[in-house]
Design a protein around this ligand. Sequence first.
Ligand code: HEC
Length: 248
Amino acid sequence: MQFSGKSFFAFVAFALIAFILYTSSCKREPVYIGSLDPYVPDPVDTTPPPVVHPCSPDSVYFTQDILPILTSNCAMSGCHNVQSHEDGVILNNYTNTRNTGKINLSSPSNSKLYRVLNMTGGDRMPPSPMAALPTAQRALILKWIQQGALNLTCDADCDTTNVTFSGSVMPLISLKCQGCHSGSNPGGGVSLTNYTQVKASVTSGTLIGSITHAPGFKPMPEPVGSYPLPDCDIRKVQIWISAGALNN
Ligand code: HEC
């Protein structure tokens, strides 16, 4: 194919604009959230294995409660993964979060990790077009710091009796997926913020394909911590789908 002078110029201009848009993404005002760099394991993860406890409703567990929030809202490429480390902050595992999140144990609500969640305008994290963290997740991060910002994991039995959309499926999507799948520019154009949207991805077959990392489905970027999901989560979603994916 031959380019005429004009169309060649238009092509070069287009490529230049695309390049500028691409390189300016996710500095302060990201154009696109959750880019698709292949996952590179953190070479400097010195986190010792967490202490495993039976789950108590009074404690906040870093592995179950906090890490999924950080990996799905903060530790993506262009933001706070190891490679990008915006503002020197890396939120992909316990050690890096403790070392770079400016956590203040003597005045928990003054911890930078918590304060930025409540800021307004361009200083808020996660930045627009991502949505602000839900109030419950912000409160959980504060409670985790108040309890000493410890590296705790708890061992819950996988309870698959009474699996419902509101009690089992939506809480897990809200914790582990909505960071990228909400707001005005959701990952892959897929929003997962309510029943209708989640049901649409059940109907298209992509929900289960994406969480089980089945071949043929677009892989989730940055699988740190959350992907593939723990078997227990996958089982709950499967049970809910087999029972008709009801809005219950
Ligand atoms: C770090 C950001 C991020 C997180 C967290 C995330 N996703 Fe995604 N997801 C994406 C991106 C980006 C795409 C588009 C991938 C592409 O276009 O290749 C995508 C695509 C999808 C798709 C479409 C797949 C297809 O083959 O069409 C579904 C369904 C999906 N995600 C579900 C989920 C679920 C369920 C979770 C939580 C368990 C989740 N995602 C967590 C970023 C994310």
